[in-house]
Ligand binder design. Structure first.
Ligand code: PLP
Length: 283
């Protein structure tokens, strides 16, 4: 694989960053994952806007050059011959040559990128629907910033798998926040799509924004509000969204089947429409 490190394209075995890099020592870095369909980038500008926001919330002085990042994304797609898959981009604070809690404003950010070839449109999980288990949301209270501090999500995903489930949804003060790496939705018995409103408690999903727009165009009712696990278990449908899995139906939550326990028509329709709309505008 050819990867990208600070402006250079090189074989992954030759890519190096400092052991003092603050992303390694303090999880002081942010990232984006952009999907690739037909060799083109899905909602690239959406991801770049969120990257800028994450950087500014963490007080990075660094302003990314978006044109340059677009070029680098395209070059990496080309060099790795990716027709369908993902591009990971990480911007870390960089290194001041030692370990120090206080952030040195002089550090130069480290930018790394790599690709993952992956079948996104054809997905066994989307076809059968995910089994979800729930856990308390004990993350730091700035889940809106896309930092590389992903240990809890990673532990949950592992724990979910050990329970025979596909993913974990998190619950804060009795209400669902989001999935381990996706936003969470239900469809009520009267057909309303419900997802938690934007705040510092959840990541402002790029796929979420696009899917809610699709829902509006389909004249579906949308409510952005809190919902409980109990409400989810009694919903008509449930699903999640992310750049890497698009719209992915949920079949079961904590052992309780959602609807008939198979992907519902609204989730399936939104998945199709999302793919169609974003394919047409890919860069
Ligand atoms: N929520 C969390 C915690 C995530 O990690 C992700 C994606 O990685 C999402 C939501 C979905 O965001 P997006 O649609 O931008 O991929």
């Amino acid at each position: 694989r050819t990867v990208y490190v600070n402006g250079e394209f090189l074989p992954e075995t030759e890519a190096k960053i400092s052991i003092f890099d603050r992303s390694f020592l303090f999880a002081d870095g942010v990232y984006e994952v952009t999907s690739v369909l037909d060799g083109k980038l899905i909602d690239f500008m959406g991801h770049m806007k969120r990257l800028e926001r994450s950087l500014s919330e963490l007080k990075f002085a660094f302003k990314p050059d978006i044109d340059q990042l677009l070029e680098a994304h395209r070059e990496l797609v080309k060099r790795n011959d990716i027709t369908e898959g993902l591009i990971y981009l990480q911007v870390s604070r960089g290194s001041a040559g030692d370990r120090d809690f206080a952030i040195n404003p002089e550090t130069t950010p480290t930018i790394v990128m790599f690709t993952q070839s992956k079948s996104l449109i054809k997905s066994a999980l989307a076809e059968r629907g995910q089994k979800i288990v729930t856990f308390p949301d004990i993350r730091w209270r700035r889940s809106d910033i896309k930092t590389v501090q992903l240990l809890y999500a990673s532990l949950l995903k592992t724990e979910a798998a050990s329970k025979g489930a596909d993913d974990a949804w998190m619950v804060l003060d009795g209400f669902v926040t989001e999935g381990s790496s996706n936003n969470a939705y239900i469809v009520t018995q009267d057909g309303t799509i419900v997802t938690r409103e934007l705040s510092t408690d959840i990541l402002h999903g790029i796929t979420r924004a696009s899917v809610l727009k699709c829902a509006e165009e389909l004249q579906l009712k949308v409510e952005e509000r809190h919902f409980t696990i109990e409400e989810a278990q009694n919903a008509k449908e449930a699903f999640s969204t992310s750049a890497s899995a698009f719209v992915c139906p949920v079949a079961e939550i904590d052992g309780k089947k959602i609807g008939d326990g198979v992907p519902g028509p609204i989730a399936k329709r939104l998945r199709e429409i999302y793919i169609e709309a974003n394919r047409a505008t890919a860069l």
